[in-house]
Design a protein around this ligand. Structure first.
Ligand code: CA
Length: 228
């Protein structure tokens, strides 16, 4: 299956230029002319890369990129930004909201195709990120220390994050209170087993419905349900 590219561009000429050339290169291409439309398309299916114009009639490219990065599902989506303006400010803004690369209009189509290829190759070569964990509606990125339930970020303390990440890595298996204590608090910060239990209780509450998937084996430990 060739890579799928979503083009988000409101200028018909540039839209057409991109569509023709990317299709000719063998990519599957979807085109849309507004940020809102793009957001709907992203909700429906995930492309391999987004070519995103900065200036759009409704939702700007910057805002769309920012939203994508805040959403667990779209956080890693490759985004190549396009803009009519070449100033440094735009470039900085683009990268600060999480764009992978940046091309200034007017651009040479050959250069753009090279950038597209480079991003796709980089993504394909990246090793599976073991810090990204998913269990049902629950997602954790241990590297950046964030957790989401159904795409909405849940603020967790570093300890709660380590607790949930450990249970997710051991999903379906029982993790004892002693194991949690050793791996989450460490030998240097000894806590009682009842403190471990209180932390899990707090964690479960913060996770809402997703927290119901943490089963308690009284006096032993916990298990994150294999399904759900
Ligand atoms: Ca535009």
């Amino acid at each position: 299956m060739p890579p799928h590219i979503l083009i988000v561009e409101d200028e018909p000429d540039i839209q057409r230029l991109l569509e023709i050339n990317l299709t000719r290169e063998g990519y599957r291409v979807t085109v849309c002319g507004s940020g809102k439309q793009a957001w709907e398309k992203l909700a429906a299916s995930l492309p391999d890369l987004v070519l995103l114009d900065l200036m759009l009639p409704d939702l700007s490219g910057v805002e769309l990129c920012r939203r994508a990065r805040a959403d667990a599902r779209l956080a890693e989506l490759p985004i190549l930004m396009l803009t009519a303006r070449g100033d440094e400010i735009d470039r900085v803004v683009g990268f600060s909201v999480g764009a992978d690369d940046y091309v200034t209009k007017p651009f040479l189509i050959r250069e753009l195709l090279l950038r597209v290829r480079a991003i796709l190759r980089r993504r394909a070569a990246a090793p599976a990120d073991e810090d990204r964990l998913d269990a049902g509606t629950l997602s954790v990125d241990a590297a950046v220390g964030k957790a989401w339930v159904a795409g909405a970020e849940v603020p967790l303390t570093p300890q709660e994050l380590r607790l949930v990440a450990l249970m997710m890595r051991q999903r379906g298996r029982v993790v004892t209170r002693e194991t949690l204590r050793a791996q989450v608090w460490g030998e240097d910060d000894p806590v009682s087993l009842s403190a471990v239990e209180s932390s899990v209780k707090r964690l479960r509450r913060k996770l809402g419905a997703a927290g119901d998937n943490i089963e308690t084996l009284r006096g032993v430990g916990y298990r994150l349900r294999a399904e759900g």
